[in-house]
Design a binder for this molecule. Sequence first.
Ligand code: OGA
Ligand code: MN
Length: 319
Amino acid sequence: MFKDVFRYYKSRNPPPELTKVLDFDNVDTLESKIKRVTIKDIHDLKNYGLQPAKTWEAYELIEHPGLIFIKNPFSSIGQRYWTVRCLQDYTKRPNKTNLDSFKLVPEGKEWWDVCQNNHDKLLLNKLRWVTLGYHHDWDTKIYSEDNKGEFPKDLSELSRHVAQALDFNFNAEAAIVNFYHMDSTLSGHTDHSEQNLEAPLLSFSFGQTAIFLLGGKTKEDAPTAVFIRSGDIVVMSQDSRLCYHGVPKILQMDSRFWDCFNQNNLVNKEFREVVHICKEETLWKPFADYLNSSRINVNVRQVLKRGQKRLCSESEDKK
Ligand code: OGA
Ligand code: MN
């Protein structure tokens, strides 16, 4: 079932009909399918590129309890900030990327700089993922204390604030940053490698629009399709935490989220240079060019249980 719907939305010829895709830009059409989620008022959001919490619109899907959709709570400079961090900074060593094994980026140089200096579009489009914190092992899907890097403080704080606004306690310990181009897809899967499966999974998206499919606990359950636009946050919690999901299609929509640059109010003392790039159109331009035909998804997880200090091996776990 999941596969059939995935194939339907992925198809180029014929292209899919989009009328059944839930569209949070038109909440009036979703009345029977969603309910509003209350947001706790929290402060200091500006530092993370977020609008005041009282202006956020958050909804839960009635047919998928625990799936929470926060409609773009970022300011435009906030969207720029996270885009620059993902492309220019999180891609740096010792964080892991899919490019590591190809040795395409010379020792001592950084992927983003090499792409920009050499106008290397091919190399730019080869980046598919970066892992942060406990590195996701794509083969074994097992996290380990021996395969772990530092988790970026700003992303950890962003995640904590968003979770707190929804009344969750959350500690960011692992993330996958996915880079999609117009022909990329992410097939149906569940995320179950974390020892803590009660903590929600937070997903931040920037750039082009995705069709996101959320299914049930098995591949036989029919999925719901939802548009995820730039800035939208999806939280998979409770009954939705272990549900099948995937991205069958990226749609090229528009750039209004990061182009309409009306707020200049991001203060982040630790990352002044990043903020400077966001405010200078000529410095921002290469990032805008990237976003015009790509999508960035930052998928943040808590790995450990509350109070747990480190990962224990499976044998220890059974004691
Ligand atoms: C993931 C994931 C969804 C997305 O990285 O595990 O499900 O919206 N990403 O890109
Ligand atoms: Mn996932």
